[in-house]
Structures are given as structure tokens and as C-alpha cells.
Design a protein around this ligand. Sequence first.
Ligand code: FPP
Length: 239
Amino acid sequence: MHNLKTEGLPVHVAIIMDGNGRWAKLQGLPRAQGHAIGIDSVREIVTATRDLNIPYLTLYAFSKENWSRPKEEVKILLKLLGYYLEMELPLMMEKGIRFNLLGEISDFPKRLQTQLLDVMDRTGKNRDLLLNIALSYSGRREILHVVSAMIEDAKQGLIKKIDERTFSKYLYTKNMPDPDLLIRTSGEMRLSNFLLWQMAYTEIYVTHTLWPDFRKDQYMEALTEFSKRERRFGGIKEN
Ligand code: FPP
């Protein structure tokens, strides 16, 4: 079937999981059902990533802007998040998956904060896959946080040089490689405020498939396409 060589695989995959609402509408179901089935896609993609030995996966689950969705929908998304954390913890432990949050944890209800911290703590020593889930995340805010923290440290004489390396150390993604591949489902051609600093040289793959339908086969197609891309990082073609 799919015959991808490890050397053609990305080290870090980022995904904008889009289209749950449209998927539900097409099936004549409430939007919440789209999100619920979207969790099955999350499980399948996380497992496939781990099985392919790709060490970093970052999923955009909830943006800072998503708080402005109708109250009921926000409530359902938070409930699903709590459910996901509870249900997936055994799989994370079994598969060596470390869970990490990118975003502003203080925006969440106290109980969910405790649960998020607990899962990060329990999975903290797992080393096979680092699963970042972006929650209440905004790329511009992240950059502003970096700037404020750097100013504070600079005042105390802790910063010698302002360069890309130093800056990267203040991001949520410190000590991680930048994403090699960004996958966006449901056809939208936007970055939507996701990992703005980190994705300077990321290859972008957009598919019309809606997130609840994005499963292992669709993922393999994206990875195969990525393996054919020639990356230049602003340089010229090498022979
Ligand atoms: C985009 O679909 C999806 C989201 C805003 C939420 C993503 C959430 C999940 C996949 C489930 C929860 C995930 C975890 C990890 C617990 P949309 O609602 O914007 O769809 P639309 O653009 O078709 O309306």
C-alpha cells in the first residue's frame, strides 16, 4: 500500500482541523456531532503519527477567537475536551505520548485547568510522540508574550543578544523543531493565526476533506505529497 520511507517524513506535523460544522450540516446533524466525530479523527491521526515514528504533532483545537462562538457550542467543545483527556490518557500512556498544551490555560474553567495540568504531568515522561494541542491559542498573542517576557529578562540583564534563537526559546514551542508540514482540512487557504513565527518555512497542504473524514488514508496522502516537495528554505535548488 503506502510505502513511505522514514527519510521523506516530516519531523513535526501541524494540523488545522477544520470543517466539523460543515460535515455535520451535510449529514443533517447538529454541529456538536461534527465535533464529536472529529475526536475519532484526532485519535486516528495521533495513533498513525505515533506508529510512523513522527516525533511531533501539533493540533489546533481551539483558538483564542473561538471563545466568541455561541455559548452552547463553546460549552460543548470544552466538554469534549474534558472527555477527550479522560478517554485518551490510557492510550497516551500505552503509546508513549506526551501531552502538551499550547495556549492560555488560565482562560479555561478551573476544573479543566486541573485536568489539563494533570494529563501534562502524568504523560510528562513519555518520549515517543510529543502531542501539542493548541487551546485558546493565538499566534499574535504568543509573539506578544514573548516580547513582554524578553523585555522583563532584558531589564534584569538576562538577555545578551536579540536573535531568532533567543526569541524561539520564549515560545510555547521552545526546544521543538518548527513544523515541516501544515495540513489544513476543508479547503480554506488561511493560517488563522496559527504558529505565525514557527511556520516561516513550513510546507502547506490543503485538502477539501472535512476534518471528521480526515483519517489515516487521507493523512498518508498528505505525507506522500510532502515527501515529494523540495524544500529550499529561501536558498536555491541543490543538485
Ligand atoms: C473546526 O470546525 C473545528 C474546531 C473549531 C474544533 C476542533 C475540535 C475537535 C476536532 C474536537 C475536539 C478536539 C480535541 C482535541 C478535544 P468548525 O466548527 O470550524 O467547522 P466549520 O468551519 O465547518 O463550521
